[in-house]
Write a protein that binds this ligand. Sequence first.
Ligand SMILES: [Fe+2]
Ligand SMILES: [Fe+2]
Length: 291
Amino acid sequence: MKQSTESGYTIVPRPDLDFGLDGDIPKYWFGGDAFKTRFFDAMSTLFPEGEKFFISCVRDFRDQVTDPALQQQVKDFMRQEAQHGRVHVKFNDRLLAQGIRVDLIEAKSRGIFKWFRAHTPAKLTLAQTAAAEHMTAIMAHSFFDRRDVFADADARIRAMYIWHGVEEIEHKAVAFDVLKNVAQASYFTRIFAFAYVSALFPLHVFSIMRHMFQVDGFSFGERLGLWVRGLRWLYGWNGLYRPMMRHYLAYFRPGFHPWQDGEMSAYQRWIEAFERTGNPVSAGDIAYSGA
Ligand SMILES: [Fe+2]
Ligand SMILES: [Fe+2]
């Protein structure tokens, strides 16, 4: 039986969804904008290895979970993350065909994750996982909060990210609950990992985008323009990140718990639309358009 989370939401693994990723999708699928497209493409190249890492870090403590509700949530969390990895592998094949060295990017990510697992305590790598889960959850919430931002994106890829976001929201507290209730990590461990994940994650994404822009054949001047406009899109006053800051900073509160914040009406719309249509692309459109 599926186990509801503390908030009443259920973690539902949804295998075999078809987003139509084999279709004729433009290279710069995000409104023809190379920066916006490559920002999400770069994240996609990190997901398969990243989600394997998250699964391993939670699995380290799985045998110590005694609460049956949390045991079931851990299981469903793993199934969701494994499925995300599979869909992003498929998506990343498109990038490989464009000349992006997804193989090298993945080898580098694998090396980083392997280093952390070999040289730091399991409690700290679990804290890293909880930190990354907080970041993916706030990005997922922002997908729904800032619907204007994604208006120009290809509906199929947007639907893939919305589905991924929906499931990130459903399981957003699992790694955190294992960290707090099972591993009994201190506040310092939780925040220390959050601080370095916050610094390393964007640097890693930007280094991948740098490679992508080179493969795309942009001149130095064009790349400079892309970075100036793109960083403003991310960090500017009306940028993607500003509305997320409040949720981001909430993680520093000693009594923080992931279910304390985040807008849920669009999530609910997606669930209802998916139940009605069984089609993740239509559900993405309906959740996104607010219909
Ligand atoms: Fe995921
Ligand atoms: Fe996740």
